[in-house]
Design a protein around this ligand. Structure first.
Ligand code: KIV
Length: 274
């Protein structure tokens, strides 16, 4: 018999119970190898629809489909043994109303094995969040900058300065009251994010929202220096893997061209020695 107690994966109520405690650590993941790395250190692996821009070269998240989220969601869930997977609901898969949202959220959960979904939107999504949570779909909400609304917002701007602050506060409160188990605050001013965190009973997870949130999330390719198309101010690069990969590929190309690779140690003899 094992001397250690069996561990079980993190579930949404565990995340809610972390309100006000040691900050929650969240990173995006889109593949099994990255999920394994995230699993070792993080509480949540977010299969963000940022996958469209980061791995598929799309100009925004608007072209991401349910099928893409299922494919990447399955890959990530396979790589996790303790961290919780949360899957983004892509643009167009939930905005029509609660029934459409339930149908697609249930498909995401059934086909990936993830125990929760994330969707963007505040007060106008409260009815949908309540409908989903009442039917066994835990929802992580997402307010402030909501990238799926980039065209109505007019860009990837800070949301919640000056007169906008009251509306963002009301959005966050509506999501919590509707039953969201946690909420992402994206590109919300630091002071407002702190006030929302103080007033909400559920954990806030910030991205570009300051240190007072109950947790932090970054896009993994950003913080590893692999996605370099642009660099938001809120990203800290903890590694320069893009530059290291570029250097490795350049060395490989140079060695192939001058026949330095493969070396004798990489080949196979014509005869097996007796
Ligand atoms: O899609 C995503 O990666 C996200 C995070 C940036 C919060 O929604």
């Amino acid at each position: 018999m094992s001397a250690t107690a069996p561990t079980r994966p993190v579930l949404p109520p565990d995340i809610t119970a972390r309100k006000g405690g040691v900050p929650l650590v969240v990173l995006t993941a889109y593949t099994t190898p990255m999920a394994r790395l995230v699993d070792a250190h993080c509480d949540i692996a977010l299969v963000g629809d940022s996958v469209g821009m980061v791995l598929h070269g799309m100009p925004s998240t608007l072209g991401v489909t349910l099928e893409m989220m299922i494919l990447h969601g399955r890959a990530v869930v396979r790589g996790l043994s303790k961290a919780m997977a949360v899957i983004d609901m892509p643009f167009g898969s939930y905005e029509e109303g609660p029934a459409q949202a339930y149908r697609n959220a249930a498909q995401l959960m059934m086909e990936t094995g993830a125990p929760a979904v994330k969707l963007e939107g505040g007060q106008h999504m409260a009815e949908t969040i309540a409908f989903l949570t009442a039917r066994g779909v835990p929802v992580m909400a997402h307010v402030g900058l909501t990238p799926q609304s980039v065209n109505t917002l007019g860009g990837y701007k800070v949301v919640g300065r000056d007169d906008e602050a009251a509306r963002v506060m009301a959005d966050a409160k509506a999501c919590a009251a509707a039953g969201a188990f946690s909420i992402v605050l994206e590109k919300v001013p630091v002071g407002l994010a702190g006030r929302i965190t103080a007033e909400l009973p559920i954990p806030t997870i910030g991205i570009g929202a300051g240190v007072d949130c109950d947790g932090q999330v970054l896009v993994i390719d950003d913080m590893l220096g692999m996605f370099t198309a642009f660099r938001p101010k809120f990203v800290k690069r903890y590694a320069e893997l893009g530059a290291a990969a570029d250097q490795a590929i350049a060395t490989y190309a140079e060695e192939v061209r001058r026949r330095a690779f493969p070396g004798p140690e990489h080949g196979f003899a014509d005869q097996v020695k007796s």
